[in-house]
Design a binder for this molecule. Structure first.
Ligand code: SAM
Length: 263
């Protein structure tokens, strides 16, 4: 038996110890023997063990070599381990049997970057069940015009139905984090919520609109390199006030604005 693992702060290691939270995550994941699961950051295996009981195949990505060694030592015929940084591992080359259900108690410091990666690889996933720091989770469900509304609050609902599963208190983890957490489920939509012809361009417009939150749409889009005449014509064509701020636009309004700017 190996020594007890010392949780590593730099890898955001807060291990789940409340089994009722594990069960809520599994319920939301709706797995059966045909399911293939990707878990990012299996840690000491609180979720992994139950995932292996329920799903046909489980693949994990773990950065901490000591934790990988523990998982390998235990071994399991239906478990595949990818050692490395989930932000850099080549998902398209490793995840060969989509669609996967992605389940993760994410390290808080990389959750936004992981979400952008998920968006770039969304063809691999049917459903996601993810744990976030509460503030980050709330941002994903935020409405236009609120302080929490941001780039990911526009980009994620374009492709997923997002639902809050459970609020999780610090005591559910070891060691306890300083903040509350929340589990969200993301159900992939069959088609994007609104039509977007050029996704890269759409993202560029959304990112530009949020780049300087206190500036008007006119100024922030101008700073991002859009010519003022095109910009004013596009805003007028969409019935948008050039003095409005980017953070007040809904997903539909962003889609219309991007289409008008691309013309
Ligand atoms: N799933 C376990 C649980 O719920 O108890 C552990 C969750 S812990 C919050 C985050 C896990 O992600 C740790 O095992 C950590 O080593 C791993 N991790 C951190 N950064 C990572 C990265 N960039 N790529 C892959 N795994 C990472």
């Amino acid at each position: 038996m190996k020594d007890e693992h010392q949780p590593r702060k730099r890898f955001g290691q807060n291990f789940l110890r409340d089994l009722s939270v594990v069960e809520r995550i599994l319920e939301a994941a709706r797995l059966d023997r045909n399911s293939r699961v990707l878990e990012i950051g299996p840690g000491l295996g609180a979720l992994t063990n139950r995932l292996l009981e329920l799903a046909g195949r489980v693949e994990v990505m773990e950065i901490d070599r000591d934790l990988v060694a523990r998982l390998e030592e235990r071994g399991h015929p239906r478990l595949k381990i990818h050692q490395g940084d989930a932000l850099h591992l080549p998902w398209n080359e490793l995840l060969l049997e989509p669609p996967y259900t992605l389940v993760a108690n994410l390290p808080y410091n990389i959750s936004s970057q992981i979400l952008f990666r998920i968006l770039d690889h969304r063809h691999l996933f049917g459903r996601l069940v993810l744990m976030f720091q509460k503030e980050v989770g709330e941002r994903l469900c935020a409405a236009p015009g609120t302080g929490e509304y941001g780039i990911l609050s526009v980009l994620c609902p374009l492709w997923f139905d997002i639902r809050r599963v459970v609020l999780v208190r610090p005591g559910a983890f070891f060691p306890p984090p300083k903040v509350d957490s929340v589990v969200l489920s993301f159900e992939a939509l069959a088609a994007p919520r609104v039509a977007v012809d050029d996704e890269a361009f759409f993202r560029r417009v959304v990112k530009a609109a949020f780049a300087q939150r206190r500036k008007t749409l006119r100024n922030t889009l101008k700073s991002a390199g859009f010519a003022e005449t095109d910009l004013l014509a596009a805003l007028e064509g969409c019935g948008l006030d050039p003095q409005a701020r980017g953070e007040t636009l809904s997903l539909e309004q962003f889609a219309r604005l991007a289409a008008a700017l691309r013309r």
